[in-house]
Design a protein around this ligand. Structure first.
Ligand SMILES: [Zn+2]
Length: 378
């Protein structure tokens, strides 16, 4: 075969040498769940981003306005004079650490911190948490409920994805602690502007989906007595829609440059973050499962696409990095994960073919509407 220069048509439409058509602006491929390209070859994720974040990214004025708004929210919380102004769940990862830094050092809030120990927390993350708690002088506690890991096994077996119990537990736990300690604000470090989340059809975690998966499982009594007993997601979403703000998605208001964040922590606090999602030993396995179902597209594609949209990476660099083929390398911690799941390798392989789809029928519109409102996300 004769190697041919790509035609102008192919270049315009983001065709690459691997033959995968990608968005002309980011690097999302055509086989990604829920993707659509317009006449200019730009994907719906990019268009949505443009509508919701385009002017923020481009305008210093708008950034200053949103930062002023954030100060207003924090000042109002301080004026309430409660023992704590804000609650932050710290995972030992970059984003939650930066939330803690901003809230304590920049905005001077009184902060309570907690960590959801899902059974997958690496030792390195625990050491970072210890350092953070000391450096920022904040009270902190761990919550470790074996139920979360038990449910992760059920979800892995039935849906080929195991993140839902931890996602929902972490969210509910923050709602419960905030209420128990009468804390006006819950501060989160994950925003649709800065985070490439997996396709929601592969990682749903809303309470209706959660209940459907567990419907025929012998967990009902335990769930009633657990932190899964109430629908905090809907409460928080509705509160937000009606203007009663409790959740603050911090990257929505201020610059969030991961390289600078890493530098700051290394220089000022001697804390290093080894890699993306270094706060969960199962994150590599989760990514492997996404890649299997998205024909090779995993977190890297999503992350780079978000960085491109935010002006933090060029499309050329992203394509180059995607070309460095480490996607098929043996999955990090796979043996340990399989052991924790109490599965054999064959059972894992069989489960990894499944997907959440069959448990999602008929419900997600309401949750998606809330999600759009709260997270400004497709
Ligand atoms: Zn795109």
């Amino acid at each position: 075969m004769v190697a041919m220069e790509p035609t102008l048509q192919q270049v315009n439409h983001g065709m690459t040498d691997t033959g995968v058509k990608r968005c002309a602006r980011c690097v999302m491929p055509e086989n990604y769940p829920g993707i659509a390209f317009d006449a200019e070859g730009v994907c719906n994720f990019c268009r949505y981003f443009e509508t919701h974040w385009g002017s923020w990214v481009a305008s210093e004025k708008e950034k200053a306005r949103s930062e002023a708004k954030l100060r207003g929210i924090f000042d109002a919380a301080k004026q309430k004079g409660k023992p704590y102004d804000a609650l932050i769940g710290i995972s030992g990862g970059k984003d939650s650490s930066y939330c803690l830094y901003l809230c304590r050092k920049v905005y001077g809030l009184k902060v309570l911190t907690f960590t959801m120990h899902n059974g997958f927390l690496p030792d390195a993350a625990k050491h970072r948490i210890q350092k953070l708690v000391e450096a920022f002088d904040v009270p902190h506690f761990y919550h470790r409920d074996p139920l979360v890991l038990e449910l992760a096994r059920v979800f892995m077996r039935k849906t080929g994805n195991f993140c839902a119990p931890c996602e929902l537990a972490t969210f509910n736990l923050s709602a419960i602690i905030a209420r128990e300690y009468d804390i006006p604000l819950i501060v989160l470090g994950s925003s649709s502007r800065t985070d490439g989340s997996p396709p929601k059809v592969l990682n749903p975690w809303d309470p209706a989906y959660f209940a459907k998966v567990l419907k025929d499982e012998p967990y009902q009594e335990r769930l009633r007595c657990s932190l899964f007993a109430r629908n905090y997601l809907v409460r928080a979403g509705l509160a937000r829609v009606f203007g009663r703000r409790r959740i603050v998605i911090l990257p929505d208001y201020v610059e969030w440059d991961e390289e600078k964040i890493a530098e700051l922590f290394e220089q000022d606090f001697g804390i290093q973050f080894d890699e993306e999602h270094s706060d969960c030993i199962a994150s590599g396995v989760a990514d492997y499962l996404y890649r299997r179902k998205c024909k090779g597209s995993g977190r890297k594609v999503m992350k780079y696409s978000v960085l491109i949209r935010g002006g933090k990476m060029s499309r050329e660099e992203a394509l180059e990095r995607l070309g460095e083929n480490d996607g098929d390398s043996p999955t990090l911690n796979l043996d340990r994960f399989i052991e924790l799941m109490g599965m054999t390798r064959d059972e894992f392989n069989e489960a990894s073919e499944r997907s959440p789809g069959s448990y999602m029928r008929g419900l997600p519109r309401f949750y998606n509407a809330l999600r759009r409102r709260v997270r400004r996300q497709v």
